[in-house]
Design a protein around this ligand. Structure first.
Ligand code: FAD
Length: 460
């Protein structure tokens, strides 16, 4: 007996939408369920609205810098409500585009929550409809997790809630040291909120190149972000109109809002996984093979719910590769090894490949570092105290570039291009024979000739 559809996709985010459209393009009959808004985390409450807020947060410095170039500006004033309304309208427009792309691809969309009943059946909770499918793709993404729990944590907000705030907080505490916490601290500070960022570690952005971490910490402190490092929040309590955070040091600090951005968990609650014999791993993620197939042959999973590399372009690739594998007659696995990424802090970070520390763990002494820290040209007239950092991590024996790390203006744009070079296996000699574009900051990446040697400690 034929099933209702060839593919049922649960989740209309980056991975699910791509998989549905590509599978339909291969001729599959596809249905997709989305319980919230089409576009998923990235479009509705992640990358896109965040980046719009990052843009907003950078104007204050631009206005200040303009004076050094001869401009006289009136008093600048920021209105949170205007930004929110315009951002929300743009997100609604994008959501509409996602819907019309799915319609245009002949993917049937159910605007409701779906759960798995058995290896070939999905139940739609609002309509009560049951749909049978040859294949089920789980693309339910992730959700903010308040782990470890903080007493009074329900008074805090998550990254999802930031986009719903009707008013700009005057004082905010951002808890967490990962990229999402770092980005929101930068946004709030740029918009004029008095910002404290608290992190249990001694530096932000664990796992990144240490010099990037140091440079970002310095830049954040310089921008007036109060970094409370090596601390945790013991409890949160409401005191009148304020939130009082008791820190592990015993100190009590008061804020208007507390944003907890300490991590995300795969979104699998109540999905019916146990019923079909799928056990999640320690991180709560669905284990899959290189082709995104779970241990139940008809059930597949892509994107954040598999916790491989929790980024939109990866979810999209995994969704595409799944559709090509199952419906396109071309078995395709995604290479997760070399992923260029940006952190939209101000200053921005672009990073790719191995950090110096990771390279030294793998290659010992056979690692050559090229490094340049300099004042960007714009800062000469603006007078802003800022530095850019560019760093190449090279394997000595092969001359292969193992890592590229950039901190400063447009680092995200720069690292995308470096990504092509590294994907092609570029050597330092390849970088050297590339003609510089002058005057730019990124020309430093192709003009660094002398390896960086750490200075010996001064003799006592
Ligand atoms: P999602 O996009 O999360 O989509 C999952 C969808 O499934 C959701 O719409 C959800 O409502 C739906 N769903 C869940 N369960 C069900 C169910 N049972 N039935 C029906 N629907 C269901 N990545 C980048 O690459 N660059 C960035 O700059 C970036 N910034 C980010 C900033 C923030 C604040 C956050 C939170 C994330 C950011 N990310 C960024 C990560 C990126 O958003 C995710 O990696 C990406 O969205 C994952 O796509 P996905 O398809 O796996 O899941």
């Amino acid at each position: 007996m034929g099933r209702d559809v060839d593919l049922f996709v649960i989740g209309g985010g980056s991975g699910g939408v791509r998989a549905a459209r590509v599978a339909a393009g291969h001729g599959a009959r596809v249905m997709l369920a989305e319980e919230y808004r089409l576009g998923g985390t990235c479009v509705i409450r992640g990358c896109v609205p965040k980046k719009l807020m990052v843009y907003a947060s950078r104007f204050a410095e631009e206005f200040e810098d303009a004076a050094g170039f001869g401009w006289t500006l009136g008093t600048a004033r920021f209105d949170w409500g205007t930004l929110k309304a315009r951002r929300d309208a743009e997100i609604a427009r994008l959501e509409g585009i996602y819907r019309s792309l799915l319609d245009g691809s002949k993917v049937a969309v159910a605007d409701e929550r779906a759960v798995i009943e058995d290896a070939h059946t999905v139940r739609l909770l609002r309509s009560g409809r049951r749909v049978t499918a040859d294949h089920i793709l789980i693309a339910t993404g992730g959700a903010p997790s308040l782990e470890p729990p903080i007493p009074g944590g329900e008074l805090a907000i998550t990254s999802n809630d930031v986009f719903e705030l009707e008013e700009q907080p005057e004082r905010v505490l951002v808890v967490g040291g990962g990229y999402i916490a770092v980005e929101f601290a930068g946004i709030f500070a740029g918009l004029g909120t008095r910002t404290t960022q608290l992190h249990r570690g001694d530096k932000l952005l664990r796992g990144f190149d240490e010099e990037l971490r140091d440079a970002l910490g310095e830049a954040y402190a310089w921008r007036g972000i109060d970094l409370a490092l090596g601390l945790t929040v013991r409890r949160i309590a409401r005191e009148g109109g304020e939130l009082a955070a008791t820190l592990s040091s015993g100190e009590v600090r008061r804020f208007d809002r507390i944003l907890v951005a300490t991590g995300r968990r795969p979104h699998v609650e109540g999905l019916g996984l146990a019923q079909v014999g799928i056990e999640v791993d320690a991180a709560g993620a669905i284990p899959v093979d290189a082709y995104s197939q779970s241990r139940v042959p008809s059930i597949w999973a892509v994107g954040d719910v598999t916790n491989r590399a929790n980024l939109t372009p990866i979810a999209i690739r995994e969704g595409h590769a799944f559709a090509d594998t199952v419906f396109g007659g071309r078995k395709t696995a995604v290479d997760h090894r070399l992923i260029p990424t940006a952190v939209f802090s101000t200053p921005e970070i672009g990073t790719l490949g191995l950090s110096e520390e990771a390279a030294r763990r793998l290659h010992g002494d056979d690692v050559v570092i090229y490094k340049s820290t300099f004042r960007p040209m714009k800062a000469t007239l603006s007078g802003r105290n800022e530095r850019m950092l560019m760093k190449l991590v090279v394997e000595g024996r092969t001359d292969r570039v193992l890592g590229v790390h950039v901190l400063g203006h447009d680092a995200g744009e720069i690292i995308q291009m470096a990504g092509i070079a590294l994907a092609m296996g570029a050597t330092k000699a390849d970088f050297d024979r590339t003609v510089a574009v002058h005057p730019t900051a990124s020309e430093e990446l192709v003009t660094m000739r002398t390896p960086y040697v750490a200075k010996a400690p001064a003799a006592s």
